[in-house]
Design a protein around this ligand. Structure first.
Ligand SMILES: O=C(O)CCC(=O)C(=O)O
Ligand SMILES: [Fe+2]
Length: 256
């Protein structure tokens, strides 16, 4: 269900798109001391909480936080380029791991890879996410067309992958859990009510549970339900973005 690979290539991206595998991991993609160092640099100037999940910190704004509200969507686009630059600057003199991954996707996918454009505007990519000890990430799925229902661009995706680089991990917990049982967007929305997610216990035993280590890169099918278990003592820091897939002849796209 999870494939360990040495590097990104066409074959492993296709396996994820065809749902042959739920997730792909590159263990030690960054040397752990470098992951820690970059993590410290990212956190040093501080961060804010999510609009719709205040116990989870973040730098940059995720598109799904806008929840289809015009003023928040405007805010998102207005800050997109600035937020990309902000991550790059926080990482300097190291390269931003998100920038490196953007290059690697472009190099490995025959049709290339580029920043996603929505409503004719460049999206943000490279959210830094900080989960405090003891906080559980509720089970949810990420489907672009739900966040931008009027957009042909969003509806044209054939698959969506969540990409995460882990920079700091708690000593225990902080595991990524995934379920291969599909829940329709309608059923999930009914179950979650006003919350962004649901209690993972409602889904039964996860199909896959993996505890990432600092420096690991994991890419998974974000349309399947997933959650993160609470961590102990240390904050869990990751860089996160989505990759959109529209078949072998189309470029992959990135956004957060
Ligand atoms: O932090 C993780 O391991 C996964 C977070 C998540 O929900 C996502 O990347 O879509
Ligand atoms: Fe997610």
């Amino acid at each position: 269900m999870m494939l360990d690979v040495e590097c990104l290539d066409e074959t492993c991206i296709k396996k994820l798109a065809s749902e042959e595998v739920l997730a792909i991991r590159i263990k030690g993609w960054l040397p752990p001391p470098l992951a820690t160092r970059i993590g410290e640099k990212i956190l040093a100037p501080g961060f804010e909480g999510y609009i719709n999940a205040p116990s989870i910190g973040r730098i940059g704004m995720a598109f799904y936080e806008a929840e289809n509200q015009p003023l928040l969507i405007e805010d998102y686009f207005e800050r997109a380029t600035r937020n990309i630059t902000e991550l790059r600057n926080r990482c300097a003199p190291y390269s931003s791991p998100v920038d490196t991954l953007r290059c690697m996707f472009d190099e490995s996918w025959p049709a290339g890879a580029q920043l996603e454009t929505l409503y004719g505007r460049k999206m943000f990519v490279g959210l830094s996410r900080v989960v405090k000890p003891g906080v559980r990430f509720l089970a949810h799925h990420d489907i672009f067309a739900k966040d931008a229902p009027q957009s042909f661009q969003a509806r044209s995706l054939q698959a969506q992958f969540a990409c995460n680089v882990y920079l700091n991990m708690p000593a225990q917990g902080g595991a990524l859990q995934m379920w291969d049982r599909d829940i329709s967007p309608e059923q999930f929305d009914e179950m979650r009510g006003d919350s962004y997610g649901i209690d993972p216990a409602l889904l039964g035993t996860p199909t896959l549970e993996v505890r990432p280590e600092a420096g690991d890169f994991i890419m998974f099918n974000s349309r399947r339900m997933h959650s993160v278990t609470p961590g102990l003592a240390e904050p869990r820091l990751s860089l996160s973005f989505f990759v959109g897939y529209r078949g072998t002849a189309s470029p992959l796209t990135f956004w957060s």
